[in-house]
Design a protein around this ligand. Structure first.
Ligand code: NAP
Length: 187
C-alpha cells in the first residue's frame, strides 16, 4: 500500500512509521520535516500536498494540537486553537484527501481518550477529540468507492505498549472496519 503519514516525526508517528514501512510504501508529511512539507491547517497546503503525493491507498493523520488548561484559566482562543488545529484540519484532510484515495482505501484520523474520558484541565483537548470521533462516525456513513474512515483514540502513549498502537493502525488500514473509534489503552 502507498500510505500518506501526516505527523510522521511526532511521538506517535515515530512509533508507527517503522512498523508500517515493513510492508508498505510510506510518504511522510510534516510542517518542518518529511518527504512532503505541508501545514494541514492551511487548505492550500493540503491541496498542494495531494498534488505532490498523487493517489494513495491510505491516509493516516497523527497531527493536530490542542490546548490543556484549567477551566478558569481557559478562554475561547484555547478552544478555537484545538478546533482549528485538530478538528478542522483533519476534516479538511478528509474532504480534500478523499479525491486522492484509491477505491477501497482508508483514512485514519487521530482523536484521544480525553474526548470520552476527560480529566480536570482537559476541556480544551476534550472538545476537538470528541468532535473528531463524531465526525468519523457520521462521515463514514457517506464514504464513496468503498473508502473507509476510522479514528484511533489512544490513552497517553507512555501508558500503552507500542505494539498495541501499531496493531491499531494496521487494523484500521487492513481490515474492513469503517466508522470505528479504535480505543487503545482505556482502563
Ligand atoms: N502523545 C500522546 O500521548 C497522545 C495520546 C492521545 C492522543 N494524541 C494525539 O495524537 C496526535 C499526535 O500526538 P503526538 O504526541 O505524536 O504529537 P507531536 O509529538 O507533537 O507530533 C506531532 C506531529 O505532527 C506534525 N504536525 C503538527 N501539526 C501539523 C500541521 N498543522 N500540519 C502538518 N503536520 C503537523 C509535527 O511535525 P511538524 O512540527 O514538523 O509539523 C509532528 O510530526 C495529537 O493530535 C495528540 O492530541 C497523543
Amino acid at each position: 500500500m502507498k500510505i500518506l503519514l501526516i505527523g510522521a516525526t511526532g511521538a506517535i508517528g515515530r512509533l508507527i512509521q517503522p512498523a508500517l514501512q515493513i510492508d508498505h510504501d510510506v510518504i511522510s508529511v510534516g510542517r518542518s520535516n518529511g518527504d512532503i512539507l505541508a501545514d494541514i491547517s492551511a487548505i492550500t497546503d493540503i491541496r498542494h500536498l495531494f498534488k505532490r503525493s498523487g493517489k494513495v491507498d491510505a491516509i493516516i493523520c497523527v497531527a493536530g494540537s490542542s490546548v490543556t488548561g484549567e477551566l478558569d484559566a481557559m478562554d475561547i482562543t484555547g478552544y478555537e486553537a484545538g478546533i482549528q488545529q485538530k478538528l478542522l484540519s483533519q476534516i479538511n484532510l478528509v474532504l480534500i484527501g478523499l479525491n486522492y484515495v484509491n477505491d477501497n482505501g482508508s483514512i485514519t484520523l487521530i482523536s484521544g481518550k480525553i474526548g470520552e474520558s476527560p480529566v480536570k484541565g482537559s476541556s480544551g483537548k476534550a472538545v476537538p477529540n470528541g468532535a473528531v470521533n463524531s465526525f468519523v462516525k457520521a462521515a463514514a456513513l457517506e464514504m464513496p468507492r468503498g473508502i473507509r474512515l476510522n479514528a484511533i483514540s489512544p490513552a497517553k502513549i507512555s501508558d500503552i505498549p507500542a505494539n498495541d498502537l501499531v496493531l491499531a493502525y494496521i487494523k484500521s488500514i487492513e481490515s474492513k472496519l469503517n466508522g470505528a473509534i479504535i480505543r487503545i489503552g482505556y482502563k
